[in-house]
Design a protein. Structure first.
Lengths: 307, 495
């Protein structure tokens, strides 16, 4: 438990590095030198030191949304197991709380956006909620197939035993890793779901919802967004790192997997264009399809249809 | 005689232009457009106690222009031609705003730039077209935007993500450019600088348009060498902006590769322009009577080797861009303007050509270096963002060939000729194909041979309305992409 807490503090400290890594990968693809990998840290501390401008049309909801958002994401991180270390808090059915903590953080961002009364932010909020309904469902199918496979109902025990399961699990794992990667692109507002670099309000999803935030609140929001991506990338590592590994080997492998995931995000952003808004649900349903397929494989195996 | 026949850059004496009653002029315009001619200009010129209204039409296939006029007392109204000819819609609003003559029956009579006397330009007085309904929402964008771009207000009426109607309100940076020309006619250097600054991204196009009009009134025989240098600069400008647009179109769909590669290629082109005249945008090159900078033998070879390399690089980059499935998914069938619509509202330039309307001043009404080396018109049938992007690629290739041809005909000789005095009581029309389309300058001189009236029409004036129509029925998130595919000028409209 103590070890898990220390591991999670390491995650909290290193998460912004990975956002810088995406930017660096994109710069290299574009043939530019790019900003330093540590730029997100400089930005974070710069924003913390700044004052805030708060619209007079807003209510206290607008002000508390980023703080609750970051707190809920911290809480989710404590539930999430880190390979070999396990999680700080765990109990039967903790993944439901995990999913809804992330949901709570998003719900408050949506409220904060609607609170400004801006037509842009309302549009962004409506898009965010639409895509969340698809991603959240798919996430439960992902966890559901793992629970069915391992017969456990807590994150920690699920991931501790997933690697012990029998022969067909590599196939299930591949499907679930791709599902989680799509979830990361959606939750992290990356291409092809969203364009984090655009200045065009009409096309934005996540960025347009936070247009009115400044100073420490904006720092919290950016930090929350990066932490969410890191959390999902660690879930991918959870799936792939065998619990039998030694501490050092598991740490190295996990760090490598998270790095590969973020480099892949950068490569995806460099090579493909952002999808048309009306086609994004199709892309997100790919996550649903993959997780349903893995669920079906596990179920067929359990009921003896395939062996 | 209903019309006097004229040509691009050939002045006519004011006395030869037929004067009709406004009803007759209206009838002639409708007949002429019905016969297939294109409305180029419809503008007013203030005289003693009234306004002379000129209508200019073009027969593009025969390289002819037709002009006729009518005299109207102040505060008069006339029957609008817009219901019959939608292309006249902005011209009539301009007439109403500048001279107070009302086009009765105009379906969209609103302020254009500085506001109509009595109707204030402020937002609460300007009546936007609205949609009613519980689930309909309005989105207002601008006039202050998130990027470093010019001011303009866009009002969308939407149902969910779908745009039903877009109204574009411009006029936020009206500078009174036409008046500035007339007030400074005695300072040639000022006129050159002013013409370069009418639209900042079309320096060579606008400066050339004004300067050629001035030279033809002065009867200046511009040396061929100067004409070639001007044409090379004009095509370099076209290549540079088209490359910039392809980069920005890639950027708008978050396609990093296209964004960075085309941006880098653009730099090479504007640096070539800098090698010619010391300014990346071509400022200081165009002078009355010729050009200020020569293309030396060394520079000649440098330009040729740059465009040879450029031709390969552009072909490769375009192949990558236009074969990327994720890019095509965004470009194809987005923001379609049909050929019928494009012709009816009088679109010009690459935007019109990508809707299949064959208009290109370089070919229809040759000017400058295009008098000796003709240009083929390129059209595409689609009318969508893809067509507007792809036509930029094929026009870049065409411009590279034009530069090679023109440099091959770089005759020895002077690069500048002194200009004589202007012809009194004359009118000249100067049409130029800038990268955005047809730039029209009309100059009118008084009896003392001084310029009395300068009328400018930037291609943006023709094409802004097309953008409104292109986004109807599209998702609101595709608006920025449609907007960039037209890349229209705000200051060119506002003047």
């Amino acid at each position: 438990m103590m070890a898990a807490a220390i591991a999670e503090i390491v995650v909290l400290i290193s998460t912004l590095f990975f956002v810088g890594l995406i930017a660096k990968v994109k710069s290299v693809w574009a043939g530019r030198k790019g900003s330093p990998v540590l730029q997100p840290y400089y930005d974070f501390f710069k924003l913390l030191g700044k004052g805030e401008v708060i619209s007079t049309t807003t209510s206290p909801v607008f002000k508390i949304a980023p703080s609750i958002g970051i707190a809920a994401t911290f809480f989710a991180l404590m539930i999430m197991p880190i390979p070999v270390f396990g999680s700080v808090i765990h109990f039967e059915g903790d993944f439901v709380l995990f999913a809804y903590l992330l949901g709570l953080s998003k719900f408050l961002m949506v409220l904060g956006a609607l609170d400004t009364g801006s037509s842009f932010e309302g549009m962004g909020a409506s898009r965010e909620v639409t895509y969340s309904t698809i991603v959240e469902t798919a996430f439960f199918i992902v966890i559901g197939s793992l629970a069915l496979l391992t017969r456990h109902f807590s994150f920690e025990t699920i991931f501790a035993s997933v690697n012990l399961a029998s022969g067909f699990s590599p196939l299930v794992k591949i499907l679930l890793v791709v599902s989680l990667f799509i979830m990361l692109l959606a939750e992290g507002s990356r291409v092809p779901v969203d364009d984090p670099n655009t200045h065009l309000e009409l096309t934005m999803i996540h960025e347009v919802m936070v247009l009115d935030y400044s100073g420490p609140d904006l720092a919290f929001i950016q930090y929350t967004a990066s932490l969410k991506m890191t959390i999902i990338s660690i879930l991918i590592a959870d799936l792939l790192v065998p619990p039998s590994f030694s501490l050092v080997a598991a740490c190295a492998l996990s760090a490598a997997i998270v790095t590969i995931v973020f480099v892949s995000v950068g490569v995806v952003e460099s090579l493909i264009a952002r999808s048309r808004i009306s086609h994004i649900p199709q892309f997100l349903f790919l996550m649903t399809t993959l997780s349903l397929t893995s669920f079906a494989i596990v179920a067929f195996f359990l009921f003896g249809v395939i062996r | 005689m209903n019309w006097v026949e004229m040509r691009n850059l050939k002045p006519v004496p004011l006395g030869e232009i037929p004067v009709h009653s406004i009803e007759e002029l209206r009838r002639h315009v409708i007949e002429s457009v019905g016969a297939g001619n294109r409305l180029v200009h419809f503008f007013g010129d203030r005289t003693d106690s009234g306004v002379t209204v000129y209508a200019v039409l073009a027969d593009d296939n025969a390289s002819r222009l037709y002009i006729a006029s009518s005299y109207l007392q102040d505060k008069k109204s006339f029957d609008s031609v817009t219901p019959e000819i939608p292309a006249a819609h902005l011209f009539e609003r301009e007439l109403y705003e500048e001279f107070g003559i009302e086009p009765a029956g105009h379906p969209w009579l609103k302020p254009l730039r500085k506001g109509i006397p009595g109707i204030d330009l402020s937002e609460d007085q300007y009546q936007f077209f609205g949609m009613k309904g519980d689930e309909v929402h309005e989105v207002g964008v601008g006039p202050i935007h998130a990027g470093v771009i010019e001011p303009g207000h866009f009002r969308f009426s939407c149902h969910g993500e779908k745009v039903y109607q877009l109204e574009i309100k411009l006029g936020f940076q009206h500078r009174g450019v036409e008046g500035l020309f007339v007030r400074n006619v005695s300072h040639p250097i000022y006129l050159e600088k002013l013409a370069e600054s009418v639209v900042g991204d079309t320096v060579i196009g606008h400066a050339g348009g004004f300067i050629r009009a001035f030279e033809s009134l002065a009867g200046t025989a511009v040396p061929r060498r100067a004409k070639v240098i001007r044409t090379v600069a004009l095509e370099l400008e076209r290549i540079a902006v088209h490359l910039g647009d392809l980069s920005a179109l890639s950027g708008d769909v978050a396609y990093l590769t296209g964004n960075s590669v085309f941006g880098a290629l653009r730099t090479k082109v504007i640096n070539t322009t800098m090698a010619i005249c010391g300014n990346r945008f071509g400022r200081g090159l165009m002078k009355l009577g010729g050009v200020d900078f020569d293309i030396t033998a060394g520079l000649h070879d440098q330009i040729l080797s740059t465009i040879d390399k450029l031709e390969d690089d552009v072909a490769l980059a375009s192949e990558v861009l236009f074969s990327s499935a994720s890019v095509l998914e965004r470009f194809e069938k987005t923001g379609v303007v049909s050929r019928k619509t494009a012709a009816a509202i009088g679109m010009v330039g690459p935007a019109a050509r990508s809707s299949g309307v064959p208009v290109d001043v370089r070919s229809d009404h040759p000017f400058g270096g295009f008098e000796f080396l003709p240009v083929h018109k390129l059209t595409l049938p689609g009318g969508d963002v893809f067509a507007r992007a792809y036509i930029r690629f094929i026009e870049i290739q065409q411009s590279i060939k034009i530069i090679r041809e023109q440099l091959g005909g770089l005759a020895e000789g002077k690069i500048r000729q002194t200009t004589g005095s202007l012809r009194p009581d004359s009118l000249v029309i100067s049409l130029t194909e800038g990268w955005r389309g047809e730039i029209a300058y009309v100059l009118i001189t008084d009896s003392e041979a001084k310029i009395r009236r300068v009328k400018i029409k930037d291609p943006s004036f023709n094409n802004w309305f097309a953008l409104s129509l292109a986004v109807r029925g599209e998702g609101i998130s595709d608006f920025p992409l449609c907007n960039k595919s037209f890349n229209l000028s705000y200051c060119g409209f506002d003047l």
